[in-house]
Ligand binder design. Structure first.
Ligand code: NAD
Ligand code: MG
Length: 383
């Protein structure tokens, strides 16, 4: 029996993780859960899973949950508590599924503690890739990607990486793949969140619509698989059936395919190196034909271009675009700025930020905060 700490339990990845756990009660036990503010949803989860610990990051939400609970679950609050349940001696596996930079510290704590980290929080690697990968190496942690593209590459590489020439991340293009650039400014949050293939949280849904999600994934792949930036390629594939591919120097290409449902990815991370059922229906290729592929349009999807630029710049550039993106997406979801202002805010933040090398976690946190402040000022000019 493996004890799981599930960080971000009330989110989209959190729910899919619980759905896999439900199918394998003999193998996995929910040891600890976390959420930000939604204590009512957490109360239901507590009744169902009887975890030893629950963290509500928000203190008020923790108080309300504690008052409503009548079992032995210990309710904690605050960011340090997230790290505490991630490194707890009784925890075997940590699902890092908090959204945004808020998920970094707890994912990193799990890495330092030598846990199996099932990493959905790609922002951790974008912000602190070098430190994160060092922590994994030194602690002997197992890092298993929970992102469909990176899981695909990870699965393709199980046979080794001899002759690897490049990897290719597939991108659905989100809801606006065929929408002309000039029509994008008037897009509403609801339209941006209506992803054609994947059901996800609102932030990553907007990231998919701008293709910043793919940009963050390029950086995630760079760290996860120790590649050079020029070995990472992106292809548009609207059906989201091929999840990503590895190209070899003998002309071979390996791809991983499946229906777009994160439970395949999550069950693989939980059972690795074995496979277990996930509840995802088997793929029928004839249901999805034709499979289409296009080159990405970097003018329309400026966020993808900016992410490649930040990766090449290195230092604080990657954390800067991540912070600016979080601020801009939040402003877009609150209808303060338009859809096409998102890449503008990110580009201006990147251009106005002094390029520095980051040596430690304090540097990363300071740089993240500075980028957020600057991006907020820029957003205020657009609003
Ligand atoms: P979501 O918005 O549905 O859920 C986010 C979770 O994080 C919730 O449980 C919420 O309570 C918690 N949370 C939010 N802000 C927090 C804060 N400040 N402090 C602590 N907890 C906080 O998001 P999601 O779609 O499940 O995505 C989670 C992560 O997984 C993201 O990093 C995303 O990029 C990644 N991811 C998601 C998918 C997907 O299909 N949803 C696929 C690949 C990767
Ligand atoms: Mg992905």
């Amino acid at each position: 029996m493996k004890n799981i700490t599930l960080l971000g339990a009330t989110g989209s990845i959190g729910k899919s993780t619980l759905s896999v756990v439900d199918q394998h009660n003999d193998k996995f036990n929910i040891f600890a859960l976390s959420a930000n503010t939604n204590w009512e949803a957490m109360l239901e989860l507590c009744h169902q899973y009887q975890p030893n610990y629950v963290v509500m990051t928000n203190e008020k939400a923790a108080e309300k949950l504690q008052a409503a609970l009548n079992n032995d679950t210990q309710v904690l609050s605050g960011e340090q508590a997230l790290c505490d349940i991630a490194v707890h001696q009784q925890t075997d596996y940590v699902m890092a599924a908090i959204v945004g930079a808020a998920g970094m510290a707890s994912a990193l704590a799990a890495a330092k503690a030598g846990k199996r980290i099932m990493l959905a929080n790609k922002e951790s690697l974008v912000l602190a890739g070098d430190i994160f990968m060092d922590a994994v190496k030194h602690s002997g942690a197992e890092l298993i990607p929970v992102d469909s593209e990176h899981s695909a590459i990870f699965q393709c590489l199980q046979g080794g990486r001899s002759g690897l020439s490049k990897i290719q991340l597939t991108a659905s293009g989100g809801p606006f793949l065929h929408t002309p650039l000039k029509e994008l400014q008037s897009i509403t949050p609801e339209e941006a969140c209506a992803h054609p293939n994947w059901s996800m949280g609102r932030k990553i849904s907007v990231d998919s619509a701008t293709m910043m999600n793919k940009g963050l994934e390029v950086i995630e792949a760079y760290y996860l698989f120790s590649l050079k930036p020029e070995q990472i390629d992106v292809v548009m594939h609207p059906q989201s059936i091929i999840h990503s591919s590895v190209y070899y120097n003998d002309g071979s290409t390996l791809s991983q395919l499946g229906n777009p449902d994160m439970r395949s990815v999550i069950s693989y991370a939980m059972a690795y190196p074995d496979r277990i059922s996930s509840g995802v229906s088997p793929l029928d290729l004839t249901d999805n034909s034709p499979l289409e592929f296009y080159k990405p349009d970097l003018e329309k999807f400026a966020c993808l271009r900016l992410a490649f630029e930040a990766l090449k710049q290195g230092g604080n550039a990657m954390g800067t675009i991540n912070a600016a993106n979080e601020v801009a997406v939040d402003a877009f979801l609150n209808q303060t700025i338009g859809f096409l202002d998102i890449p503008h805010v990110i580009e201006q933040t990147l251009t106005q930020t002094q390029h520095v090398v980051l040596n430690n976690l304090d540097d990363i946190i300071t740089s993240d905060q500075e980028a957020r402040n600057l991006a907020s000022q820029i957003v205020a000019e657009y609003a």
